[in-house]
Design a protein around this ligand. Structure first.
Ligand SMILES: NC(=O)c1ccc[n+]([C@@H]2O[C@H](COP(=O)([O-])OP(=O)(O)OC[C@H]3O[C@@H](n4cnc5c(N)ncnc54)[C@H](O)[C@@H]3O)[C@@H](O)[C@H]2O)c1
Length: 359
């Protein structure tokens, strides 16, 4: 790419639905330093038109036409989860960098195809995991990297959100195996990614799920028991059947020398910061490392895009590339495999019964 430090990086969006509002506000209002929005595309013309007009950029109904006629440095893929692999693989031929929303794909074959296509075409592939950039999460990660927990014992995540039937009914793809998955693949994919990022590689998984309060193909509630390769244990608790409203999105990490819990509804509130190493930072961390975001997406997309721009301008390694994004997809696929087989699943494994992404 020929971008110099003086030029703004030119972003285009493919998919102008709900999450595109967040992406377009950040890029279109120039809230990200050294970045700007230059074009948008949606197969539904009025959606593309709405965002294109709002930010005064050309809009398209065909991504190939957009890529062929506009000067784009990075394209963000914001289509339905089950279409990410199709769209990223298609876009990679333009040899531009690609941002893809979570989950990166619904099948491991899809993820592998994306990684290969981007490698072949020399594009950086950025998978959106904005919760990694939450202010308290960054503090937790620093504590982990500096060894403050000692031996890791237990890591748990809870997603207790409220999604009613009308949420699932608003689009054809929500709650389907082919395009979305259930609470594990959609809402909890952030928290599952955080848990694995913090504690490490997984040895085995056992899981159960149910569809409790809505009429969808996939699960609205699931629990999983994890064993990590380093000997720690873990729990995933995920539901969109919390009523009457969102309760929490949280993570707890317990080690021999300390415990941290980040709660709030979007992993935004530092609740517990207890260490026995004599570093006197508890009051400061509890007071200064919480945020109060307006919705469950949190503030992380801004920090995420700043990271993307920094990595491109300064040729840095990005935090969540295709291989890193694939890790949590593999874990989620193993959870579904265990649900379908009723057995403990040991990683690595080849999905046989997992229905995620199967059309
Ligand atoms: N990071 C987060 O916190 C977060 C939050 C919400 C959604 N997401 C992810 O973002 C993705 C989109 O979710 P959403 O809620 O915006 O869905 P949505 O249904 O509102 O939007 C998807 C859009 O993609 C368009 N589209 C489909 N095929 C296309 C094509 N070939 N070319 C151009 N446009 C096409 C659709 O017409 C639709 O407007 C999902 O993968 C979801 O998991 C991430």
């Amino acid at each position: 790419m020929s971008t110099t430090k003086q030029e703004k990086i030119k972003f285009a969006l493919v998919g102008c639905g709900r999450i595109a509002k967040r992406h377009s506000e950040l890029l279109g209002n120039e809230q990200i330093e050294n970045a700007k929005l230059v074009a948008v595309c949606d197969i539904v013309e009025e959606k593309a038109n709405e965002i294109g007009r709002k930010f005064d950029v050309p809009y398209f109904t065909d991504m190939d036409e957009m890529m062929q006629s506009e000067d784009v440095d990075v394209v963000s893929v914001l289509t339905e989860s089950g279409n990410h692999a199709r769209d990223v693989i298609n876009l990679s031929k333009y040899r531009k960098h690609i941002v893809v929303e979570k989950p990166m794909a619904l099948t491991l074959d899809g993820a592998d195809g994306m990684i290969e296509a981007c490698d072949e075409n020399n594009c950086k592939l950025f998978v959106v995991k904005q919760n990694r950039f939450n202010v308290p999460v960054i503090q937790l990660r620093k504590a982990l990297e500096s060894g403050r927990f000692g031996k890791l014992v237990l890591g748990t995540v809870r997603v207790r959100w409220c999604r009613r039937q009308d949420y699932y009914d608003q689009d054809y793809w929500r709650g389907t195996w082919a395009y979305d998955g259930g609470v594990l693949a959609n809402q909890a994919s952030h928290h599952i990614d955080l848990l694995e990022w913090m504690i490490g590689d997984i040895e085995s998984i056992f899981a159960k799920s149910t569809t409790a309060l809505v009429d969808i193909e996939t699960e609205d509630t699931a629990v999983a028991v994890l064993k990590f390769k380093n000997g720690a244990l873990g729990i995933i608790e995920a539901t969109t059947a919390a009523r009457p409203k969102d309760l929490e999105g949280s993570i707890s990490i317990l080690g021999e020398k300390g415990s941290v819990e980040i709660g709030g509804f979007a992993v935004n509130d530092m609740k517990v910061w207890n260490f026995v190493d004599g570093v006197n930072d508890k009051e400061d961390v509890l007071k200064n490392y919480s945020t109060n975001p307006p919705n469950v997406y949190g503030f992380g997309h801004k920090a995420y895009y700043e990271h993307v721009v920094d990595c491109i301008l300064n040729n840095k390694q990005h935090l969540v590339d295709g291989l890193e994004g694939r890790k949590s997809l593999e874990l989620i696929s193993a959870v579904y495999e265990s649900i379908e087989t009723g057995k403990e699943v040991f990683l690595r494994f080849k999905p046989q019964k997992c229905k995620l992404g199967v059309t």
